[in-house]
Design a protein around this ligand. Sequence first.
Ligand code: ADP
Ligand code: MG
Length: 337
Amino acid sequence: MFSNSHIGIDLGTANILVYIKNKGIVLNEPSVVAIDIHTNSVLAIGNEAKDMVGKTPENIVAIRPLKDGVIADYQVTIDLLKHIMKKVNKKNGISLRKPNVVVCTPSGATSVERRAIHDAVKSFGAKQVDLIEETVAAAIGADLPVSEPTANVVVDIGGGTTEVAIISFGGVVTSRSIRVGGDQLDEDIVAFVRKKYNFLIGYRTAENIKMEIGYALVDHEDQNMDIRGRDLVTGLPKTVTLSSYEIQDAIKDSMLSILDAIRHTLENCPPELSGDIVDRGITLTGGGALLNGIQEWLSEEIFVPVHIAPNPLESVAIGTGRSLEIIQKLQKSKRLS
Ligand code: ADP
Ligand code: MG
């Protein structure tokens, strides 16, 4: 007889990941859907769809249905989820095993949207579907002792949002969510380059610039990068050289918003837990944790240790997959005490 498999789905604004117990991450693709607006049919999802962004004829649009940390396009989100489940099904035959699925939903999702996500997953043969708070999943995936009565601080910097939460004894003590994440940094870079150089670049290019020569607000060795785009004055393609210090300046305000959100959350920490934070510090998850210099910068600013999760892009998915066991254990220990 098969034991029930546990599956975790991280429905992120930028990336969607599926984790299967004993197998690990089995799917990791951008949360992008390409749609033909004449027929309303889904043409591609994931990597294939992301490669189409900004390059398609007018009748094809590449949509990020979860863009701003909430479900911006609800029907497309369900379509995306269905395609993802189909893909995982095909590769792993999970439908045979009646899996228990845990989905982490974007923090801004309404109860109706949560219900629909629940039902969409259930219709794919899941035995049970649970929804979990994203930050709790991030903390579990980052190997923090969330079931203990101690302050676990998680800062998850995703595409659409940054979520900061203090978690103790399996639950969120206090949290804050802002609509500033990796996407905003990309937008900052596009706007900066346009203003300073009259030069138009796409979001994909901006994301590459951020990953290559983007820095949190720390001193570093200046780096340059040659960028291709369109000159807005002549209308012709051209190349511009950007320096890491000007990119740092472009993303400065957004970085300060993230810092502000962390500071506010720490200020709202109950005094009994504050001591834990001084000792144990905070843990960064999400793709934004990979920004150059962010660990150094934050530890200078908030005076507590700053850790980066082992696989920041995968923390939420791993934690979502593992959460069932932890929740069960926690309920048991709560009953005993
Ligand atoms: P979500 O949970 O919202 O799907 P992710 O945690 O997958 O988001 O993070 C995606 C974001 O992280 C994107 O904005 C991406 O550009 C950013 N990111 C990924 N790698 C890096 C990197 N090396 N440096 C800076 N930002 C990065
Ligand atoms: Mg995420």
